[in-house]
Design a protein around this ligand. Structure first.
Ligand SMILES: [Zn+2]
Length: 438
C-alpha cells in the first residue's frame, strides 16, 4: 500500500476512507465520505486514528498507519490468546460474537484455548449486513485481494486460489463454495469499466458462506442445501489490469498508463480511461474466445475496431490473451453445468449462441428473468460472437448466460450497487439450484 498524504486522490484514498469509516471515524462528504479525495476531513480523521492508536500523529498514512488500518479493510485481525481468555471475552473486545470466532478458527476448541496460539478474530462492522465486501467503492485488484483474504479468514471452509495471471501478472482469483456434484461458475468484469459487477458476485459468495455458517437463506434458498448440491465458483475479476486502469490505480506517469493512453489515441472519440473495456493490451476479452471469432473480427473491423484500443478489438487471434486463456483452461478443467457472465448495462439476460439450444437453457433463462426482473433477450448480431458465453455454449452445449446489470453509461455509479445486488442475489441462487436439477 502506498504512502498517502493530504492532496492525494484515487482508489487508494477510497480504501483509506473505507478503513476509517469502518473504524468509526466519520469523514464528511458524499458517499459516506468515500470520495477518493484526501482533503481536510480525511486528514483530521487520520490524525484522530493515529492518536487513538499510539501512532505518530502527522496525518500521513505510511506503513505503520496502514498496518493498524488493515483489519478494517480485511475485516479481521490476528490475536494471540492470553491466559484467562475465552471466545466470549475476545468477542466483546472486538465487537464480534463467540460463534463468529469459532467459525473462523475451526481447529481451536473454545473450551480449551491454547495460550499463545494465534487466532483470526472477525471484526464487527456496524453497517448493515456486516460483510467484508463493500459495494460502494472503486475496485482495484489490491482492494479485492484484501477483501478475499478477509472473507477466507472468516469462512475458512471456502476455497480460494488463482486460475492464472493477468497480462501484468495479477492473480486471477476464484472462490469456491460447496461440496456438491453440480459445478457452476459465475464470472465478472471481463470488461474493465463494468467493474461494479465485482462486488455483486463477491458479496453473494460471502453471504452464502455466512448463511451456511450461521444458518439461513440466500436468494430464497437455504445455504446448506446449496452447499450440499453445488459447487459455486466465482471469478470476480477476469480483467484486473483493465479495472485498475479505469479506476486510476496506475500513476499517470507510469509506463503502463502511458502505453494504454497511446492505444486509446487510435480511438479519439472514446473517453479515456472511463471508456476502457479491454485488457491492458487493448484486446476486448469478451471478443477473444474461439466461437465465431472470425465473424466477430469481420464485424468489428467493419465497424472500425481494427487496432488495439479501449474496446471491441478482437485480438490477433482467439485465445491470444492471458486472461481469456486462463478462464478457458479453468472451464475445460471443470465440467460446469451452467455459467453466468456478469456485465453492465441494460437489465437484460442473453441466453443464446447461434442455433444452439442446450437442454433447459430457455426454461432456466425464463426463471432467471423472473427472479431478477431482467428481460430475457436474444443477443444482437453485432455482439453475437466470440464472447465467453458463446464459447461456453458451443464447447459444452450447456446453459450459459450473459447478465447485463443496471442502467446508464458505463462505468455505472456505485449508487446502483444495492439495486443491482438485490436483483441478482435470487438469480444466482436459482441458477445453481436449477443447474443441479438438470
Ligand atoms: Zn460487457
Amino acid at each position: 500500500m502506498i504512502l498517502l498524504r493530504r492532496g492525494d486522490k484515487g482508489p487508494q484514498v477510497e480504501m483509506l476512507q473505507l478503513a476509517l469509516l469502518r473504524a468509526g471515524y466519520n469523514i464528511k462528504g458524499r458517499n459516506k465520505g468515500i470520495d477518493g479525495v484526501f482533503g481536510e476531513s480525511t486528514y483530521l480523521a487520520v490524525r484522530e486514528f493515529q492518536r487513538d492508536n499510539g501512532l505518530t500523529v502527522d496525518g500521513v498514512v505510511g506503513a505503520a498507519t496502514w498496518k493498524k488500518l488493515l483489519p478494517y479493510i480485511t475485516g479481521f485481525l490476528r490475536y494471540r490468546i492470553e491466559s484467562g481468555d475465552t471466545f466470549y471475552k475476545i468477542s466483546r473486545r472486538y465487537g464480534t460474537s463467540s460463534q463468529a470466532i469459532s467459525v473462523a478458527n475451526p481447529n481451536i476448541s473454545p473450551n480449551n484455548l491454547p495460550i499463545g496460539a494465534i487466532i483470526n478474530v472477525p471484526l464487527g462492522f456496524y453497517n448493515g449486513e456486516n460483510t467484508v465486501t463493500y459495494g460502494e467503492i472503486s475496485y482495484t485488484w489490491e482492494l479485492m485481494s484484501l477483501f478475499i483474504e478477509g472473507i477466507i479468514a472468516r469462512y475458512p471452509f471456502l476455497e480460494s486460489y488463482t486460475i492464472g495471471n493477468s497480462e501484468l501478472g495479477r492473480g486471477l482469483y476464484c472462490i469456491t463454495f460447496g461440496k456438491g456434484n453440480t459445478s457452476v461458475m459465475y464470472n465478472a468484469s471481463h470488461h474493465a469499466n463494468e467493474w461494479i459487477t465485482i462486488p455483486v458476485v463477491l458479496k453473494y459468495i460471502e453471504k452464502l458462506a455466512k448463511a451456511y455458517a450461521f444458518g439461513g437463506d440466500v436468494g430464497g434458498y437455504n445455504a446448506k442445501t446449496i452447499y450440499d448440491l453445488c459447487r459455486i465458483h466465482i471469478v470476480p475479476m477476469v480483467n484486473p489490469d483493465g479495472v485498475d486502469l479505469v479506476n486510476g490505480y496506475f500513476d499517470k506517469d507510469s509506463d503502463i498508463y502511458k502505453s494504454a493512453k497511446k492505444l486509446s489515441e487510435n480511438y479519439p472519440n472514446i473517453q479515456f480511461p472511463t471508456g476502457w473495456k479491454a485488457n491492458i493490451k487493448g484486446v476486448d476479452l469478451n471478443l477473444n474466445y474461439p466461437a465465431g471469432w472470425e465473424q466477430a473480427r469481420e464485424i468489428k473491423f467493419a465497424q472500425g475496431y481494427n487496432l488495439p484500443g479501449p474496446r471491441d478489438y478482437v485480438g490477433p487471434f482467439a485465445f491470444s490473451e492471458a486472461e481469456s486463456v486462463a478462464l478457458g483452461n479453468f472451464t475445460r478443467r471443470n465440467a460446469f453445468k451452467l455459467t453466468l457472465s456478469y456485465h453492465t448495462q441494460g437489465n437484460v439476460i442473453f441466453w443464446k449462441y447461434l442455433d444452439y439450444e442446450p437442454e433447459g437453457s430457455l426454461e432456466i433463462g425464463r426463471k432467471l428473468s423472473e427472479a431478477s426482473g431482467y428481460s430475457l433477450e436474444l443477443t444482437p448480431t453485432e455482439s453475437g460472437y466470440a464472447g465467453y458465453k458463446d464459447w461456453f455454449i458451443q464447447e459444452n452445449n450447456r446453459p450459459g448466460y450473459t447478465i447485463e446489470c443496471g442502467i446508464g453509461i458505463n462505468p455505472l455509479s456505485v449508487a446502483q450497487f444495492d439495486t443491482i445486488y438485490r436483483a441478482n442475489e435470487p438469480l444466482m441462487s436459482l441458477a445453481a439450484v436449477e443447474a443441479a436439477n438438470l
